[in-house]
Each structure stands twice: as C-alpha cells, then as structure tokens.
Design a protein around this ligand. Structure first.
Ligand SMILES: [Zn+2]
Length: 435
C-alpha cells in the first residue's frame, strides 16, 4: 500500500479512504491505496456524507436522475434528493476514517465513490487555488453521489453524480463507482461547467463539446498522478521513457464506449474538417496535445535537475517519430533511470503540478461561446508568460501546431445530437431544471 501524494506534510489532517487507482476489473493485481481527503476528521459522517457531497445507495430506485418524468405541474426533470429507503450506509470508524471497509463489504462502493469524487475535487481546488462552487449551487448545496446498478453509465448533472455499471463481461457486474478515472472524469465536467459555464445557445461550437471531454480527461489523468503507486508503476514500467507504453494513456470512459481510450493518440484536428459526430473523438487532438505538453515539460524538468543531459534531450527530439527511437532512447533511459529514480519522480510531479496549475489558470480565462481549441492555446501561452516569463511557449505552441490546431477548421456536426447515443454532453448534465 502506498500513501497518496496530495498536499504537504504540514497540512491539517484529513479523512482517510482506500481507493483503487486503477479499476480492479482491468487488473487482477490492483491494489488499494490510502488517500486522505481534505475534510477534517469528524466532518464526514455515515454515507459517507460531508458538507460538499453525500452518498446514497437507494433501494428500489429505477429511474436515473435527469430523466423527464411527470409532475404536478407537467413534465419535469427527475432530480435529487432521493427520498426513499436506502441500503446500509458506509460508517466511519472510531477515528472518523473509512479505511476499515474492505472491497467485499457492500458499503465499499459508496465509500469508494465518495472518496474518488472528493479527492479529485481536492486536487483541482489546489490547482485553482480556491474553492470551486457547484454549477448547480443555485438549487442544491451538495452533490448527491448516487448508486444505480441498473444504469449502464456514469453521468453528472444538476445536483447529482450517478454511477451504474456494465454487465457485458459474462454478466459480471462491474461498477463504475470503483473506476477512479470514470468518477474523476465526471467531476471534471462539473469543474468545467462551474468555471466556464454553458454556451448561451444550444448550437454551441463542436470544439466546446470536444474541449469538455478533453478537459474532463485531463482532470482525471492529473488526479490519478496523485497516487504514489501510479507514478511509481509508470516510471518503473517505462524507466522514465514516457513516450513508450505507460499507464497514463490507459484511461477509460467505459460508460459510453465500453473500451479504453488512449491519451497518447495521433489524432489531428484536420481529421475533422469534413465534420464530426462524437465529441469524444473530437476531443482527442486536444488531449493528445496536452499529453505531449506534459511529457515535454517532464523532459525539461529532467534537464533542469541534471537527471538527463542536453545531449539526450537533443537526441530524443531528433529521433522522435523515427523507427529507431524506441531502441536507442530506451537504452539511454534504462541507464539514467537506474542512476536516479527519485530525480525522475520529482520531475514528473513537477510537470504534473505545473500543467495542472496552468490548465486551471487557462480555463479561468475561457468563455463558453465560440470556444475553440485555439482559445485554449492562447490562454495557456498567456498563463505561461505571466507565470514563467514564457519558458514553455515553444512547447505549448509546437504541440498545438503538430495537431493542426490553429491551422484546421472543424466541420459541422454530422448527426443529430438526439441520435448520438454516445453523447453525454446532453442537457441532462448541464441545464437547470425547468429551463
Ligand atoms: Zn465525458
């Protein structure tokens, strides 16, 4: 078991949970990791429930939140709070922690969902340097985290984050609540709706939706890099050569695609000049650019600490994209990593936190109407000038250009949103009830 890497040693104590950094359904050897959420001991009660969010495991709930249901004043959106019976809630132990609940306990799912959502919010409030209010704060004080096994999806909406599961693997129920990436991704959508908001008309730019998916993925990736076990496995598996296979690019949105999506992708924005039909696919050039920026900043930090030499970095740049890259560079990284694994770890955490705070500052500058990937680039470049005096201008601009961002224009949406069952940027998540 590892201890998570969130926060400083001198911070006030929080409340402890055990989380799976990677879904236990992908990996039989998945281990739990101890994390501490920011809520002080004693502030998280049965459920778990706290000042910002509370978990409910309903009995007999069949309708997902967000569905349009009949009401006394005509049809309306079905919303929290759940007011029926509930299953036995997860209870804190005598020290107010939730680490005593094993995965075999029926209450573990609720504890895992709560811990994952809260931990992700903690990480990103750290990058923003302020509390992130809920986008539905006008209606509800707290987010209801709801378990609904009959739902083959995970979605966040007006006052709720609801997770079901899939039974497509020989009928075995695989709960999305146990998939940290899925929960963190949904919290990512909530952050973007709070910070940037909704476009003023329904026909928003395709890039607005693609940006949403990409940002949610980045929220999940950078949050997962706060698990010590993820960082260690990533570096051990690659010997610090992150262009090769790694755990970072193994993140999923199982709820919609039933397959693992890749952050390290080769997708270009020009692939969508004739049009687009899935915001998940449209998000890939932007996520790919962000992933490459993360790796490039990591290299810069390795260089700054003398963990790799300028000659190695220059060779890597020169060989990038060539057939011989893997063989040559892996041998070099094997040697350097063996010399100083801790240097690699520090450089990766620095790159993670630099990109996290850059993204938070950049997202704060964006407007929802007419949002384009070029606006994201412009905002990042401005943040970089403000914070570092422009140390990463070439890395940022270069990686956006490689993706044809700023060069290509995205074509029209090719299918009606109502027919796109893959879409979950539908109004359920975003619109206030009753308009
Ligand atoms: Zn999404």
């Amino acid at each position: 078991m590892y201890h998570s890497e969130c926060g400083e040693d001198d911070e006030a104590p929080g409340t402890r949970f055990l989380l799976f950094p990677q879904s236990p359904f992908f990996d039989d050897s998945a281990e739990l990791e101890l994390v501490e959420i920011s809520a002080p001991p004693g502030t998280i009660g049965p459920g778990p429930s706290g000042p910002r969010m509370y978990t409910v495991d309903p009995v007999g709930k069949t309708t997902p939140y967000g569905a349009i249901v009949p009401g006394p004043d005509g049809p309306g959106m079905y919303l929290p709070p759940w007011d029926g019976f509930i299953n036995v809630p997860a209870m804190p132990d005598a020290d107010h922690n939730f680490t005593h609940i094993p995965p075999s306990d029926p209450a573990f799912e609720a504890a895992h969902l709560f811990g994952s959502a809260h931990f992700t919010m903690d990480v990103w409030e750290g990058y923003f340097g302020r509390p992130i209010p809920w986008h539905f704060a006008a209606t509800f004080d707290r987010l209801e985290l709801s378990l609904l096994p009959s739902l083959d999806n995970a979605h966040i909406g007006w006052g709720f984050l609801e997770t079901g599961g899939t039974r497509e693997h020989d009928g075995e129920y695989r709960a999305y609540s146990l998939n940290f990436d899925v929960v963190a991704h949904e919290i990512g959508h909530a952050i973007i709706y709070s910070v940037i908001g909704m476009p003023s008309d329904e026909n928003a730019s395709g890039e607005y939706y693609g940006f949403h998916e990409s940002a949610a993925d980045m929220v999940a990736i950078l949050a997962s890099l706060h698990f010590g076990s993820v960082v260690e496995a990533l570096l051990e598996n690659t010997r610090g050569n992150l262009y090769t296979y790694n755990r970072l690019n193994r993140f999923a949105e199982l709820a919609n695609t039933a397959q693992i999506r890749m952050a390290a992708n080769d997708r270009l924005l020009s692939d969508f000049e004739r049009g687009w039909s899935s915001e998940h696919a449209l998000s890939e050039p932007l996520t790919g650019a962000m992933f490459d920026i993360l790796i490039d900043i990591f290299h810069e930090r390795l260089l700054a600490h003398g963990v790799i030499t300028p000659e190695i970095e220059e060779l890597s740049d020169r060989l990038e994209g060539t057939a011989g890259y893997g063989d040559v560079m892996q041998g070099i990284f094997d040697t350097r990593y063996a010399l100083n694994p801790e240097g690699f770890r520090i450089a990766l955490l620095e790159a993670r936190d630099l990109l996290g705070s850059y993204l938070a500052d950049a997202w704060d500058m964006l407007e929802p109407d007419g949002l384009s990937y070029s606006h994201v680039e412009e905002a990042l470049l401005r943040v970089d000038r403000d914070i570092s005096g422009g140390a990463y201008q070439q890395i940022i601009a270069g990686n956006f250009r490689v993706r044809d961002i700023g060069l290509a224009r995205v074509g029209p949406r090719l299918v009606d949103a109502d027919q796109d069952t893959d879409s979950h940027a539908a109004s359920v998540r975003t619109m206030a009830p009753y308009g």
